[in-house]
Design a protein around this ligand. Sequence first.
Ligand SMILES: C[S@@+](CC[C@H](N)C(=O)[O-])C[C@H]1O[C@@H](n2cnc3c(N)ncnc32)[C@H](O)[C@@H]1O
Length: 194
Amino acid sequence: MNDVRNAVREAYGEAIGNRTGKAGCDVTAITDMTKGNYTAEAVAGTPQDVVEQSFGCGNPVQAALLKPGERVLDLGSGAGLDLILASKAVGAVGHVYGLDMTPPMLNKARKNLDRLGIRNVTLLRGYIEEMPLHDRSVEVLISNCVINLSPDKDKVFAEAFRVLTPGGRFCVSDVVLMKPVPEKLKQSPAAWSG
Ligand SMILES: C[S@@+](CC[C@H](N)C(=O)[O-])C[C@H]1O[C@@H](n2cnc3c(N)ncnc32)[C@H](O)[C@@H]1O
């Protein structure tokens, strides 16, 4: 678990810093999945450089149909594009939490949120396998291309259902396997981060 976390943290720390990666991370593949996920309307008013800091593979905010006043948690919030979109949708009476384990991503998200004057978002440093929130504390969970990076997905889903209120929503964009991954690849921390 720690080897995978370290490899993923290093890969995404570098990727947000310079849009290139090491540690065996295939940043080309990551970057390709980030294109075309948001319509111009969805990101209207968001600075282009922030839109380009997305490392997701879809638009879970759109799927979540957020309402004013809702509390939302974004698992693996990265540089914060989905936090920004969610914060607008839930408004000043709602609240959005962004959870990530990579300090450079959290730093970038902090800068982006401050630059846009957004006040209804709290950034949390931690793991999606150990969410630092109380039971039943959010109505909506979103996640954009993060759960595939976790070696313990059962724990992520158990935590998701713990922090969600009864009847809450869980909207995920992610990659899924179409065939089994070879055992050798599963044992490679670097392969997990691509
Ligand atoms: C593919 S990027 C997606 C970032 C963001 N959701 C977006 O759409 O731009 C994956 C993010 O998840 C974070 N991450 C990966 N595994 C994590 C874990 N186990 N716990 C917390 N954060 C994690 C990484 O630090 C990175 O910021």
